[in-house]
Design a protein around this ligand. Structure first.
Ligand code: TYD
Length: 137
């Protein structure tokens, strides 16, 4: 799996601005470079907690700080990148074959994730040594 952290990018999303607040719209066929089959969100994350800590074999994800902020550490086995997400109108696309950790969640942060596949544990790589073996295969 040859993907690199540099294949992951922060994409601008729409923003409909108005005095009474903003709307960001994400539409399946053209706002995101993959079909969205699942949406989930992380919330009520205790201070100091780390999420993620795994890789995916096939899954594409768009990760949005719908509220608050957090850091995403991306690792392809060679290079690491840290991306801070703190705006609801930008999303980080994570391609398959990337180890990721999410940390430094602000109080009240909501991590909204759009995913290209429904949930299956078979797509996860849960051990870092297995991830490195997968990248080198
Ligand atoms: P996991 O993806 O490991 O959490 P994170 O990366 O946010 O730290 O998922 C945590 C638990 O939730 C795990 O038992 C699997 C379950 N889960 C589902 O059942 N469906 C889902 O869509 C997701 C994302 C997780």
């Amino acid at each position: 799996m040859a993907s690199s952290v540099y294949d992951c990018s922060v994409l601008p999303l729409s923003k409909i601005h108005n005095r009474a607040g903003n709307i960001t719209v994400i539409e399946g066929d053209h706002s995101v470079p993959f079909p969205i089959k699942r949406i989930y969100y992380l919330y009520d994350i205790p201070s100091g907690e780390t999420r993620g800590g795994h890789g995916h074999k096939e899954l594409y994800q768009l990760i949005v700080a719908a509220s608050g902020s957090f850091d995403v550490v991306l690792d392809d086995g060679r290079n690491k990148r840290i991306v801070t997400l703190n705006r609801p109108d930008y999303g980080l696309m994570v391609v398959p074959g990337i180890w990721r950790e999410l940390l430094e969640f602000s109080s009240g942060a909501i991590c909204l994730v759009m995913a290209s596949e429904i949930y299956t544990e078979l797509d996860y790589i849960r051990e870092y040594k297995d991830f490195i073996a997968y990248k080198n295969a």
